[in-house]
Write a protein that binds this ligand. Sequence first.
Ligand SMILES: [Zn+2]
Length: 397
Amino acid sequence: MIVYKINQFINMKFCFLLLLISHTSFMLTGQSIDSAEYSMNFLIKDVKVFTNNQLIANQDVLVKEGSIVEIRKGIEDNIPRINGTGKTLIPGLTNAHVHAWIPYHLVNALQFGVYTLIDLHSLNEISNQLKALNLKDGYANLYAAGYAATVSGGHGTQFGFQVPVIGKGNNCYQFIDQQVAAGLDHIKIIYEPARATLQLTQIDSLIQRAHHYKKKVIVHISNAKEALDVARLGADGLAHIWRDRPMTTAERIEFSELETFVIPTLTVLEKGLAYKKEKKMANKGMRMAEILEEVKLLHDLGVTLLAGTDPPNFELDYGRSLHRELALLKAAGLSTVEVLRTTTSNIEKALNYHSFSIEKGAKANFILLQGDIEKDVSISKLIASKWVEGTVMNNPE
Ligand SMILES: [Zn+2]
């Protein structure tokens, strides 16, 4: 969003292979070796489980050959069992707004139960290299935009790497064609009038062309008016919630009817506000409490919300920060189940990307939490064990 710690970009391409090798070996040694009881066949007894988009207490989850074969109360099977009493089983999570450019970012995510990352502006080549890494080797899955669409001197050009820019002539179609040809998953557009920025007519062309290829479009905005403007043009999602002012009731209703999803990125906004306070800078926009209230009003109008945190801005990480986002969404007034949806099933609903779920027939890609998430959502970061396709992976720390 604002300030990248971009030193990591220096010699990034050179570093890529080195990091790939070092982190692969790190993850191999990080896997449990005394996990006989946690084989590909196991039974988790008496656990609260997030399944079918609901939290259901006192369930048994039977896994065979790495896949979930049954979820119900009272399963008996003569295989290793794990006591789930007082614990919660949730699927691998998704962080829907990141900027990833080294393999470690994907490792860092998975360490904290984030199995999928959605990148919203990086380099095409780097994104494609990262997308080739595997969950089973300890790397989170990645869906990526590659380069965001911006203009010369616009937001997105200040981070120390060359990005293609949209000129005054209409090369919008050409930009989209290039991103699609490069194999990227979705399109990111930057609309940020605090700097030089795209015209709405250009954003219109970009969205139309992306939709011609059936690619989803996520637009960076900062202000309420711009949010509504791009929603009217058919933007599929917003990369932040607006923070200048609350929408009027009429604006908010219109926005909700346009069915544009929102990735509020409360964690990075919270950091931004703390930074301003520390530097004694005036906050001309909404206070945190007002931002949370706006999120709740959108939610009540049926706007789909996705959990994302926007690392590495303000030195946020790719995994742990997501748990702060979930806590903030809860603080905004969402129920625990609704919070869990923002990082699981809403991803699929909004973007048609695979999101992990705990259901019969699915691979065991899930996390056992130390505690009852309905009592305290912040226990989402207390990971007792996690599994990738039925294989247990050790906890961080
Ligand atoms: Zn961002």
